[in-house]
Each structure stands twice: as C-alpha cells, then as structure tokens.
Design a binder for this molecule. Sequence first.
Ligand SMILES: NC(=O)c1ccc[n+]([C@@H]2O[C@H](COP(=O)([O-])OP(=O)(O)OC[C@H]3O[C@@H](n4cnc5c(N)ncnc54)[C@H](O)[C@@H]3O)[C@@H](O)[C@H]2O)c1
Length: 252
Amino acid sequence: MRLKDKVALVTGAGSGFGAGIARLFASEGAKVVVNDINDNAGQTIAQEIRQAGGSATYVHADVSSREDTRLMIQAAIDFGGRLDVLVNNAGFTHRNKPFLDVTEDEFDRVYDVNVKAIFHALQEALPIFLEQGAGSVINTSSTAALRPRPGLGVYCSSKGAVNNLTKSLAIEFADKNIRINAVCPVIGETGLLETFMGAPDTPENRAKFQATIPMGRLSTPQDIARAALFLASDDAAFITGITMEVDGGRCI
Ligand SMILES: NC(=O)c1ccc[n+]([C@@H]2O[C@H](COP(=O)([O-])OP(=O)(O)OC[C@H]3O[C@@H](n4cnc5c(N)ncnc54)[C@H](O)[C@@H]3O)[C@@H](O)[C@H]2O)c1
C-alpha cells in the first residue's frame, strides 16, 4: 500500500488517464476524490472504486473556473480531512488540424483547461500544503511539450507551459517539502485519441502513430497511472521538477 491513508484529488478522472490514476491510487490505499465535468462518467469511476473496496467520492467542477476549483478543493478536504496529492490531469485539445484553421475560442479553451486551471488549482491547494508542511503535485503534461507534432501547435505549446510551470514552481516550493512534477504521456488509448489523430480510430490510422513510437504501441491509462503512483509516493521523496516521459522511447 504505497499511498495508505493519503488523500488524493484527481481532476478529469471520469475517463482515460485520470480514471486509471484514480483506480490505481485507490487500490494503493488512497482516499480518492474523482473530479470531472462529465457527472455520469465521474460518478461511475467513484462507484467502481468503492465497489472494489476502495474509498472515493465524486466532485463536479470545471477546472477552468476559479470558483469551481475552490469548491472542489474544499470538498476534498471535507472528504479526507486533508489533501496530500493533487493530480492536475483534466485536459482539452483542438482537433489535429492546420494551425491556420484553429479558432480563437479553441485557443482560449485549450489554455483555460490545460494551463490556467493549473494556476487556479495550485493557488488554492498550495496554501493547504504549506499549512500541512507537505504536499505532492503531479501535472499531466504530454510528449507534445517535448517533441511537438504538426497539427497540434496550440495544444503542444500549452503543454510546454505546463512543463515550465512545473519546473519553476518546483524550485519555488522545494524547501517547503512540496514536490511538483509532471508526467508526459505519448499518444494514448483514451477519449482524446481521435481528436489528437485528427482521424477515425482505425487500425491503419493507429499504425501511423505507433510507427513513431520505438516500443511500437500507444500508451495506456495503466502506464500513466504507474508513473503517477511513483511520483505521488514516498519512493519519489527526493524527486521534484521532473517532466517524466512515459512514451516508449518517443522523445529520444
Ligand atoms: N490521450 C493522449 O494521447 C494524451 C497524450 C498526452 C497527454 N494527454 C493528457 O492527458 C490528460 C487526460 O486526457 P485523456 O487523454 O485521458 O482524455 P479523456 O478525454 O479520456 O479524459 C479527460 C477527462 O477530463 C475531463 N475534463 C475535460 N475538461 C474538463 C474540465 N474543464 N474540468 C474537469 N474535467 C474536465 C473530461 O470530461 C474527461 O473525462 C489531458 O491533460 C491530456 O492533455 C493525453
């Protein structure tokens, strides 16, 4: 039990990587707060965790809203009595398409959900971590931050911002026993797959992306959850500010 009695909040946990992280954290003893804007999906994950013998609750919040974020963090404290781990995982992308076709609304939504939401969540959670004298943050970034693909320029740049925010804040809070890290998944089997590919999820289209990944497959929620578990646990007690590639060698 690597997270026994820890309280963890995972945003965007109704699907994909977030759901995988919530499930694994709960199976490792954490009390998990499952957040999403898709209530049906989020409630289903929290219920599945409870049915498997774990501890979980669901909280609706749009992470791009400061007020929703404040209420979400308060709900986590009400549920667990404290907050030990914050996983900023919720994300959004415009469809893979030429840069000149990306609208201003799409740009704003990408930056609101991928970047500004982390600003909101950290400004609300860090005072709690400071008071507790400890805390761990994991931001779900992307290999898009390190090895950008064409057709996803705005999304890639938003994840670049996530990586630099992660590193900069890791230094700022290092002497307060607060660790801030990121995981960088390569393209994976989640709800966003077709949007990233900009094409239907057919074996032929998957093969094109798999061919760019040295280990020859897409990432899975289990891959990302295992990396997040390591970073959240005391095994990573001396690790802060890393942007861990979970990518089958894609970024080399
Ligand atoms: N799938 C990939 O190929 C891939 C690769 C690298 C990084 N990522 C990142 O992984 C993270 C998780 O995405 P995923 O691939 O699991 O996709 P997903 O669509 O399966 O899951 C994302 C979840 O976030 C929720 N969400 C979206 N906007 C939200 C908001 N404003 N507030 C609260 N919840 C919100 C969605 O409802 C959904 O349940 C994202 O940050 C994404 O950028 C994905």
